[in-house]
Design a protein around this ligand. Structure first.
Ligand code: FE
Ligand code: FE
Ligand code: ZN
Length: 279
């Protein structure tokens, strides 16, 4: 089964996102629970959730993916920013209990001025504090491009955080692989996809891989930049991305587009991928 969708605005609530997904021929989607800059969370209404669940079951949606605000930095040098990260993270996970059985993805953060050795225990500390809230949610760390002092551009870094976290069963803590980010980070998924997935399996474990962000990249291989491009218009190219979604070990993992598109552009990319997916 191909669970394919894209990032949607949560402004109209879950029912609205569900209906939009259906229109786009999507059967999953990604969204923010609050303003991506970290502002107040949207109110969650019981009727909205009930209506959404009907749409999701009728159209056999896969797991949906909430994305943490970009301002959430669990390894900031500033204690106040780490505290903010922990509060937002915990609050988001409590909200996720309204839609049990889904996924919550976050960026491990940027260790500006501190170094990775300081960052890892800080991220683990916040995870340990918030994970008890994730009763029916799997929390995912996103693979990052490694721009600036971003944590998580090497599989080893993600593996270390997961290994040190208390609540780290694979159904509790996993990874979201972003194709633009890993390619920018120096994992050649265009020419060496099998080897990269083998490396992921060896270091992190494929049982942890629970979501995909499918993006082309505006910048070249190993550039350590984070510039998403529309499918086929960037350095990964259409063929590599189609090969990627058809890889046997990635079957059934929800895939979301974060390409620079409006809804009609997303519809076209979803159609392109569905046409080129082989059951
Ligand atoms: Fe992200
Ligand atoms: Fe991403
Ligand atoms: Zn990105």
């Amino acid at each position: 089964m191909l669970y394919l969708g894209c990032h949607l605005s949560s402004a109209g609530g879950f029912t609205s996102m569900g209906k939009t997904a259906v229109k786009l021929n999507a059967n999953t989607f990604q969204f923010f629970l609050r303003n991506p800059r970290g502002g107040a969370a949207k109110e969650i209404k019981a009727e909205d959730i009930a209506e959404y669940k009907k749409i999701a079951s009728e159209h056999k949606f896969g797991k949906i993916l909430a994305h943490a605000p970009y301002t959430l930095n669990p390894c900031s040098k500033e204690a106040s920013i780490r505290e903010f990260a922990q509060n937002v993270f915990a609050d988001d996970l409590r909200r996720m209990e309204n839609i049990p059985g889904n996924l919550y993805n976050f960026h491990p953060g940027s260790h500006v001025g501190q170094g990775i050795e300081t960052a890892v225990p800080q991220i683990v500390e916040i995870l340990d504090a918030v994970m008890p809230e994730a009763k029916n949610t799997t929390v995912l760390l996103e693979t990052m491009s490694g721009k600036g002092s971003e944590v998580g551009s090497r599989f080893e870094e993600l593996a270390e955080i997961i290994a040190k976290a208390k609540n780290n069963a694979p159904e509790k803590l996993g990874v979201c692989l972003d194709t633009c980010h890993v390619y920018s980070a120096g994992y050649d998924i265009v020419n060496r996809l099998d080897e990269v997935l083998e490396e992921f399996d060896k270091i992190i474990g494929l049982d942890r891989l629970q979501a995909i962000h499918l993006n082309d990249s505006m910048t070249e291989f190993n550039s350590h930049k984070d510039r998403h491009e529309c499918l086929g218009k960037g350095s990964l190219g259409k063929d590599a991305l189609i090969k990627f979604i058809n890889h046997p070990v990635l079957r059934g993992i929800p895939i979301n587009l974060e390409t620079p598109n409006e809804l009609d552009g997303y519809a076209e990319e979803i159609a392109l991928l569905r046409q080129n997916y082989h059951e």
